[in-house]
Design a protein around this ligand. Sequence first.
Ligand SMILES: Nc1ncnc2c1ncn2[C@@H]1O[C@H](COP(=O)(O)OP(=O)(O)OP(=O)(O)O)[C@@H](O)[C@H]1O
Ligand SMILES: [Mg+2]
Length: 240
Amino acid sequence: MPTSLTAKCLGCGREFATEQVVLLGQTFAAERYCDFCREQEKVRDEGRRADERWTRVQVPSAYDGCTFENFEPVPDTRNALAVCRQWTKEFRAGTDLRQGLLLRGEPGAGKTHLAVAILREVVWSDREPKPTALFLNVPDWLNALRESYGDGEPPPNPSGYDLVVLDDLGAEDWSSWARDRIYNLVNQREQQRRLVIVTTNHEWRELAGRVGGPTASRLRRLAREVHVDARTDYREREAA
Ligand SMILES: Nc1ncnc2c1ncn2[C@@H]1O[C@H](COP(=O)(O)OP(=O)(O)OP(=O)(O)O)[C@@H](O)[C@H]1O
Ligand SMILES: [Mg+2]
């Protein structure tokens, strides 16, 4: 029968009951921190781990603060916000989602904001194992890939991530090299049955003209189209 002992918590200094441990004739307290301080440390640890997971998603710092809560639900984007929230809720609940989302709309409508808000909720989800996610701005990713053929640092390889955001698809250059890279990426997502969130300014036909028919066809299957139809460019509103 373990003997109990009153010890002083190294965290808050309060006295708490713990068990006594005897080692080489010496008596020690089994715990050095009280239940409350241990619980607080667990919460801090989880926060630190979530921050590390968030850093690995590689969201550009300008979008770091984008959440569903600070997305103003103007009437013309309210539906897009609701669809994104629902999709995220299902993802977090572990639903076997067959499709991601393709957020289409004019510049400044809030597509990237919504995509980042989804990533944030995904990274902070309670799901186990923790989902992995990556943000790729497609033109930047292609540029980094091109530069890495010299002696630059290779950009992240999206293979294997549970969720990948392909931001600003269709804004890249139109070279066949760029098309091939995007085809490989999208085809790999399809083959691995992994999810994508796409943001783009382009209608399907225009997008197919840019990324190529086979890629556009795969994307249609991989992602459900959502219109983000803000009547005003939010950037202009912010600048006014
Ligand atoms: N409804 C909204 N509520 C709050 N902030 C918003 C809203 N819509 C857009 N913003 C803000 O406006 C800026 C531009 O939005 P965002 O970059 O998401 O637009 P976009 O649709 O991705 O544009 P583009 O097609 O040019 O990439 C961002 O700072 C974003 O946080
Ligand atoms: Mg954008």
